[in-house]
Structures are given as C-alpha cells and as structure tokens.
Ligand binder design. Structure first.
Ligand SMILES: [Zn+2]
Length: 110
C-alpha cells in the first residue's frame, strides 16, 4: 500500500527535510555522548538518505563523519596530518583506514 504525500509544496518539504536532518544530527551527538555508536551511525545513514531524496547538501555536516563507514569522527577514531607533497590535510579514519584529503587554503587569515 502506498501512502499519499500530504505535503505538496516543495519548499515546505525541503524545510521539513532540513529540520529532520538537524534532529538526526542532534540525536547522533547525543548517542555519541552515551557511547552508543550503532545509533549514531544509523542516524547518520538516515541523514544521508534524506539529503539525497530531497537534494539537500550536507555541507555543514561534511566533516562530522567518515564517508565510507559512517562512523562519526571522535578523538579516538581520527588522525590528522598535513602532506607537504600534495599540500593537503589528510584525515585518517582509524575505524576503516579511509583517508580523506582537503586542500590547504593559501590565505588562512582571510
Ligand atoms: Zn571510516
């Protein structure tokens, strides 16, 4: 059985999706504090699902979790180093070993 969509307005739908993402982010933070990593990971997966369905970018939460294993970054699970050759910031996820690179900005002060 298919449920009929109550919300017809696209703007309204995106606002609802955004608030849902914010709520899930708060839930993930809360579960991290309680050291419930499974719940945090599941809420992050839901965040990604909602963002893809409603075409909302997760720019604000981009560096909150690992993109491969969806594990939220913490003190124990992250290793940051700079790479002189590629001029990037290397972020290593200790859980799965996935390295993300971010280009270093030339003007840090600006
Ligand atoms: Zn990972």
């Amino acid at each position: 059985m298919r449920y009929k969509t109550i919300v017809k307005n696209k703007k309204e739908q995106s606002i609802i999706a955004k608030t849902r993402i914010e709520l899930l982010y708060a839930l993930a933070l809360d579960s991290l504090r309680k050291k419930d990593i499974v719940l945090a990971r599941n809420s992050i997966k839901n965040m990604i699902k909602i963002s893809r369905k409603n075409k909302i970018s997760l720019k604000d939460y981009n560096w909150f979790f690992c993109k491969k294993c969806f594990e939220p970054y913490g003190v124990d699970t992250i290793d940051i180093s700079t790479n002189k050759h590629t001029k990037t910031l290397d972020v290593l996820c200790k859980n799965c070993g996935y390295v993300r690179r971010k280009p270093l900005q030339k003007n840090i002060n600006s």
